[in-house]
Design a protein. Structure first.
Length: 300
């Protein structure tokens, strides 16, 4: 007999509490139900069910076998669903959260995605905060910093580094740092969600990690505020390179300590740990990964 069918029949007998009820549920004869269970017992060489005229009950071996076989059947159903989802046309609303620093790169992806998949609508929210994807009902976050919830799934879209910079006017009034330790003597413009807090990390020309404790007169979740203050000669900025790349190119900001590389991070697509990633979400992540890879010169 087909082993998978026998496993299904055995599970129905246990769940329905008897052969007759299972036969009705499966639209199968009682004799056939009994044959499937007997086939399993013969294969295993153990009794799975205690049978009386009134009811059936699991033996110790039957209890273990039921728990394991139920999981196997559930995994098979999940695999079937996942494969089916690969060919399903995406539809519905995709709720996305991202930061103001990333939106310039994400907007073209959103536009292209909506053109490719007209059955999907996007609810795009922008902010400078740590969002709770599950509590707030988001399908996806595109983030340049890790979210604190370890239960979330993360897919890297592109690597990036910070750039240490200040304005030319700031250098006219202050001695530029020659090594990372010198940064601690300057007014440092600090981003609240920098992963290492007030410890700015770099790698020296030999690849060794160097850290410096920093302080300053502002800490904020707004990268744009820090950029504005740096442009106005109010301190040293450790900013994502894609935030200040235009200012560096225009000479409005000057890169400091070019031989010391700041720690590397990732722009990632982050989503809740669900049994199945919805097609609409998976396709958006795939498209974002392709497009963000094209901007790596901005991120490095």
């Amino acid at each position: 007999m087909d082993r998978l069918t026998s496993l299904t029949v055995f599970g129905r007998v246990v769940e329905c509490g008897g052969f007759s009820a299972a036969a009705r549920r499966l639209n199968m004869s009682v004799t056939m139900v009994g044959n499937h269970v007997q086939s399993l017992e013969d294969r295993l060489g153990v009794r799975l069910l205690n049978r009386t005229t009134r009811k059936v009950s699991l033996t110790e071996s039957g209890k273990y076998y039921y728990e394991r076989s139920s999981q196997i059947l559930a995994d098979l159903d999940e695999a079937d669903t996942a494969v089916g989802a690969l060919t399903t046309t995406p539809r519905g609303t995709l709720r996305i959260f991202t930061s103001t620093a990333i939106i310039r790169f994400l907007s073209p992806v959103v536009s292209e995605y909506l053109s490719l998949y007209p059955s999907v609508s996007i609810d795009l929210n922008i902010g400078e905060r740590m969002v709770d994807l599950v509590e707030e009902g988001y399908d996806l976050a595109i983030s340049a910093v890790p979210l604190p919830d370890n239960s979330l799934i993360s897919r890297r879209l592109t690597p990036w580094r910070h750039a240490l910079a200040c304005s030319p006017a700031y250098l006219e009034a202050h001695q530029p740092p020659s090594v990372p330790a010198d940064i601690g003597t300057h007014n440092c413009l600090r981003y609240a969600y920098y992963p290492y807090g007030d410890e700015w990390r770099f790698f020296d020309p030999n690849g060794e990690q160097v850290s410096v404790r920093v302080a300053g007169n502002i800490v904020t979740t707004s990268a744009e505020t820090l950029r504005y203050m740096a442009l106005n000669a109010q301190g040293i900025l450790l900013a994502p390179s894609f935030v200040i790349v235009d200012d560096l190119a225009a000479g409005k900001l000057v890169r400091l300590l070019p031989d010391y590389k700041p720690a590397e991070f990732n722009i990632s697509a982050i989503y809740p740990n669900r049994a199945h990633l919805p097609t609409k979400t998976r396709l958006f992540i795939d498209l974002a990964a392709e497009r963000f890879a094209e901007h790596r010169r901005w991120m490095s």
